[in-house]
Ligand binder design. Structure first.
Ligand code: EPU
Length: 336
């Protein structure tokens, strides 16, 4: 393992923010990881870099997780299931394609999400009516206190909307090493209800998993910027959940406000709509901007700093608060 000095992290985060790592190392095995963590107790773990905003140089040792490999084992009790385990450093979309190639179902709606397998349970990635928690059976992680590998069942991960125990009570206590999914082999449970999927599939009566994946890729590509072309981290904010009471008050002024009833007196409002109403959609402030086709996505047109993106995010938060009395929460992790 070679420790590199003063490395730019521009190509290691999908926002394309140019900050320096004072020291940087890539690890490919669990042994390498434990060895490095013993030598350098002050470290910063980097996965796919797809859900973070870096606003300053990193003084700690940056450890890039490169653990690779995919394993499968058939279910012994259910002939429609297979267990597939992928190591944390696998690229998420490549892993989805691997599953599609075997005709294993469950992840097709999550095609083209940037990032790594290791990051998928942390924020319970989701898109087009599916969340990754629907297929995860367990997550193996390194306990940083004991240096032992421990296993979290699906229930123990405490998954919620863009949330898990790894973002809350167990934040920074574990490093995710491997994720195991239960996928279908023959009879697939298709999720085609999300608005645009059916129209994208057109006349296909019994669409195959890869037809669905292609439709999802087309929908995503039409709305969401490709980090290869324009730096971004997908949705910058979560969709806020508000009380029915506030919702009713707001409806008087905004009768067309879109909403999803969550039950229990709560309503979810698309943050993209709120941000668009505040006039930010497509706006650009230097190289920091709001995507023209999806206002929930903040973008770096090239040379924006993390602080410039953060300033824009704060301006959006305060404008939404003043206009709608709604607090936006970031989905992206901010390193400041
Ligand atoms: N909308 C607007 N203007 C916008 C964007 C959205 O008015 O600029 C309104 C529209 O009414 C639209 C509704 O918001 O019908 C929902 O928009 P969309 O279908 O694009 O979904 P979203 O709620 O904005 C969520 C996820 C995305 C995921 C899509 C599709 C969050 C924070 N975001 O966005 O996830 O791809 O649904 O399932 O839940 C990500 O997490 O990085 C991400 C891209």
């Amino acid at each position: 393992m070679k420790i590199l000095k003063n490395i730019s992290l521009k190509t290691y985060n999908t926002f394309g923010i140019d900050v320096l790592a004072k020291q940087f190392v890539e690890v490919s095995t669990l042994d390498e990881l434990t060895e490095i963590l013993t030598l350098y107790p002050d470290f910063f773990i980097l996965g796919g870099g797809s859900n973070m905003l870096l606003t300053k140089p990193i003084e700690k040792l940056v450890v890039k997780l490169n653990l690779k490999g995919i394993e499968e084992s058939p279910s012994t009790t259910d002939d429609n299931s297979v267990f597939v385990s992928a190591f944390a450093g696998e690229n998420w979309h490549d892993f989805v394609l691997w599953c599609l190639n075997k005709n294993y179902g469950g992840l097709e709606n999550l095609s083209l999400i940037p990032g790594s397998v290791g990051a998928c349970p942390i924020q319970n990635i989701g898109a087009y009516g599916v969340e990754v928690k629907d297929t995860i059976t367990y997550v193996e992680a390194l306990d940083l206190k004991t240096s032992k590998v421990v296993s979290f069942s699906n229930a123990n991960c405490q998954f919620g909307y863009r949330d898990s125990i790894f973002k809350t009570s167990s934040k920074d206590k574990y490093i995710i090493l491997k994720v195991t999914f239960r996928l279908t082999t023959k009879q697939h449970q298709l999720n085609l209800d999300y608005g645009a999927i059916k129209s994208e599939l057109g006349s296909a009566i019994n669409p195959s998993l890869s037809q669905i994946s292609k439709a999802i890729i087309k929908i995503r590509s039409s709305k969401l910027p490709d980090p290869k072309d324009i730096g971004n981290s997908g949705s910058f904010f979560k969709n806020p959940v508000i009380s029915n009471q506030l919702f009713k008050t707001l409806l008087k002024d905004y009768p067309n406000m879109p909403s999803y009833n969550m039950g229990g007196g709560k309503v979810k409002i698309p943050a993209g709509w709120l941000i668009e109403q505040c006039g930010f959609k497509g706006k650009r402030f230097g190289d920091a901007g709001v995507h023209s086709k999806q206002a929930l996505v903040l973008v770096n047109y090239g040379k924006a700093t993390g602080s410039e993106i953060l300033q824009l995010a704060q301006l959006i938060e305060s404008t939404v608060k003043n206009t709608f009395n709604i607090d936006l929460q970031t989905e992206v992790n901010i390193f400041s």
